[in-house]
Ligand binder design. Sequence first.
Ligand code: NAP
Length: 248
Amino acid sequence: MYAVTAATGNLGRLVLDRLKGDVVAVVRDPSRVPSGVEARHGDYDDPISLRAAFAGVERLLLISSSELDTARRITQHRNAVDAAVAAGVTAIVYTSFLNADTVATGMTEGHHATEQAIFESGLAHTILRNPFYGEAFLPQVTDGVIRSSTGGRGLNTAFRDDLAQAAANALTGDDHLGRAYDLTGPLWSCPEVADALGVAYEEVPDAAPGPMAWLNGLVRAGALERQTPDLEILLGRPAERVIARLKG
Ligand SMILES: NC(=O)c1ccc[n+]([C@@H]2O[C@H](COP(=O)([O-])OP(=O)(O)OC[C@H]3O[C@@H](n4cnc5c(N)ncnc54)[C@H](OP(=O)(O)O)[C@@H]3O)[C@@H](O)[C@H]2O)c1
């Protein structure tokens, strides 16, 4: 039997859609799970609930918590790993983030610590290091112009649909245990997209300080330009391109 945590989230719902039959959704609020799927209560802050929820589960997809406090998030993920061991889960697949293997601070601190906890747990495992979701960066055409503060640099984002399919494949496939996948979508840039849509491109300063300005700074520094074949390998096909999503 498979289990998926955080199955009420945007990614988890898409994974559930792809796992027909022998799957349990482990969530804080079982009433929010689609009918026809077994739902069990499991809260990352409540180790006892997790242990009960993982009973009889062979392979667990641990989707990272949306908790913003890093220390609490690490505790939550450790709770899930410990509960998996205690419940006799045989393998765990974890949705980590790109570079969490090498960067133990900042944005990837929680993922790095979780990966370490999984390695130390003795569980068979697969690590999926996701890129930024493409949905958050989709360019918009306003008055015939795409404006961005990305410096024309490349982005390796991927859409949740493809990352969910990759997670479902990793969970159910036979060849993924003991492996870590650094998942990147096909590289794209805002000027390229403007060109493909036949609209103008204008580079503008960040509108205001905040999360988007921080993300744009990362893009301008080239931090999202890494490319690997891993997402395409896990999917068995190319990942969806931004231009295809925009053209519908
Ligand atoms: N790659 C990226 O660009 C990116 C961007 C944002 C987030 N993420 C990470 O990827 C994860 C999945 O993405 P998403 O789009 O599905 O996020 P999402 O839609 O925000 O879903 C977050 C999920 O985490 C669950 N959760 C939060 N606290 C929990 C707790 N204490 N116990 C059990 N479940 C808890 C939520 O449950 P409820 O429905 O009960 O609240 C929800 O199911 C996020 O949680 C975050 O760690 C990645």
